[in-house]
Design a protein around this ligand. Structure first.
Ligand code: NDP
Length: 457
């Protein structure tokens, strides 16, 4: 039988790759992981984690403001961008170290450098060749910027965490997760933010009520939102970056232009073509239900497959793959993952939390559905002076009474929706929601006390 240096060679030390490497090594496999940059990938270094830290920072602005109604007196403290950057950098390097330690402790050999496939079982890193029974590509994705005049002047989300100096005037292009989150964050931190989106509503794919509501709430917080607007050109001037819009006379001068117009898979420069690994039209590696590519010994998961670009999906896929390749944990069934009812949050101000189908999708898929919707001012804001409102929405399939969509815009929506996602995975019906006792007084209790459906059109 052919022998190999490793049972599994992982290319890319992001969320999915690190999880797969650790779990496989803990299962007794001989594992190597190659990473060219800091360990942890997008999520740890320039994604979820620093973004959430900056979102916390931004929320203080409104908290100081709102505290007056509760009797707190005095001027709000002054924000110091350099302190936030330094503290974030320290925490991220601590996490980089934790990832390395977790891999070391599991017995994974870490190889620093750029990996290229030479054939179905051989990887080369900086001139050194390694053979492996199985190879996993978990190289993630990269922000993409469309061809626009002055493209060289724009930045992507990767650069936003370390901007120097702080952008007093920021233009954000895009209407997806990243654009909305960064618009909210920098608005909270004190930038004058204009967000430009080509569509009529933000956040394509989300429930339309949520999309309209978040635009109005972000507008209230101070984000200048320009819908159905496209950038024509960006020119550097003595005063900053002059941005002109297509078909309009209006222009803006800003300090920074952030393009958050989607992410593409990191599948080039890995030698995939030569080895015969097929990619789709978007450049994502094609895989089957077991994450196997067109070359049987080569697997791929996470953003490089561009199925669902979310960290917990990549880590979930990694555990399924490890069970598939090396067997399930003793006494347990092999894990599987289903791509429906994946909960997600957008860390806008206020947050969005969602699980299941949008109203339009639910009507298409289930036919008859009943909609419950509640739009209210949270108790906190009876004294805070804030005009923020909360939206909650439930979609129920008429034939089964199952709750098939649950959506929220409001404080801590991500935290609230996670728990409801468990109920919905378990197939909870509206009757079960109705029989659940609320926790009073919370916003979340509204999800179990909605009784009157929205009248059908
Ligand atoms: P998205 O795909 O979510 O959004 C891209 C946005 O850019 C859309 O509004 C799109 O418009 C717009 N766009 C695309 N091409 C152009 C163009 N040529 N000109 C103008 N606008 C354009 O990508 P993101 O970059 O925001 O995020 C990538 C992924 O990362 C997300 O889909 C998500 O899966 C993940 N992510 C998750 C987060 C979380 O869980 N909180 C946070 C951040 C990212 P249109 O809608 O019209 O196509």
């Amino acid at each position: 039988m052919q022998t190999f240096d490793f049972d599994l060679f992982v290319v890319g030390g992001g969320s999915g790759g690190v999880r797969a490497a650790r779990m496989a090594a803990q299962r007794g496999a001989k594992v190597a992981l190659a990473e060219v940059a800091d360990m942890g990938g997008t999520c740890v270094n320039v994604g979820c984690i620093p973004k959430k830290l900056y979102s916390y920072a931004a929320h203080f602005a409104e908290s100081f403001e709102e505290s007056h109604g509760f009797g707190w007196k005095g001027e709000a403290p002054v924000f110091d961008w350099d302190t936030l950057k330094a503290n974030r950098a320290r925490e991220i390097s601590r996490l980089n170290g934790v990832y390395v330690q977790l891999l070391d402790n599991s017995g994974v050999k870490i190889i620093k450098g750029w990996a290229r496939l030479l054939d179905a079982h051989t990887v080369e890193v900086d001139g050194q060749k390694f053979s492996a029974r199985n190879i996993l590509i978990s190289t993630g994705g990269t922000a993409t910027v469309p061809a626009v005049e002055g493209r060289e002047h724009v930045v992507t989300s990767d650069s936003m965490f370390d901007l120097k100096p702080f952008p007093k005037r920021l233009l954000v292009v895009g209407g997806g997760y990243i654009a909305c989150e960064f618009a909210s964050i920098f608005n909270g931190l004190g930038s004058h933010v204009t967000q430009v989106h080509r569509g009529e509503l933000l956040l394509t794919g989300f429930d339309d009520d949520i999309r309209g509501f978040i635009a109005s709430e972000m507008g209230k917080t101070g984000v200048n939102l320009l819908l159905k607007t496209e950038v024509g050109s960006i020119t550097k001037t003595a005063d900053g970056l002059l941005v002109k819009f297509k078909g309009q006379d209006a222009s803006f001068t800003v300090d920074t232009v952030l393009y958050a117009t989607g992410r593409v898979p990191n599948a080039s420069g890995l030698g995939l073509e030569a080895v015969g690994v097929e990619v789709n039209a978007q450049g994502a590696i094609k895989v089957d239900a077991h994450y196997q590519s067109s070359v049987p010994s080569i697997y791929a998961l996470g953003d490089v497959t561009a199925r669902v670009q979310l960290t917990p999906v990549a880590t979930g896929e990694a555990m399924v793959l490890v069970d598939h390749l090396f067997g399930a944990v003793a006494g347990k069934k092999a894990r599987s993952i289903s791509y429906d009812f994946i909960p997600t949050a957008v860390f806008t101000h206020p947050n969005i939390g969602t699980v299941g189908y949008s109203e339009a999708e639910a009507r298409r898929k289930f036919g008859g559905i009943t909609v419950y919707r509640s739009d209210f001012k949270a108790l906190k804001h009876t004294l805070s002076g804030s005009t923020e409102r909360t939206l909650m929405k439930l979609l129920v399939e008429d034939a089964t009474d199952r709750v098939v969509g649950l959506h929220m815009v409001g404080a801590d929506a991500g935290e609230i929706v996670q728990g409801f996602a468990v109920a919905m995975k378990a197939g909870a019906t509206k009757a079960i929601f109705d029989s659940t006792i609320g926790i009073h007084p919370t916003m979340a209790e509204e999800f179990v006390t909605m009784r009157e459906p929205v009248k059908p059109l």
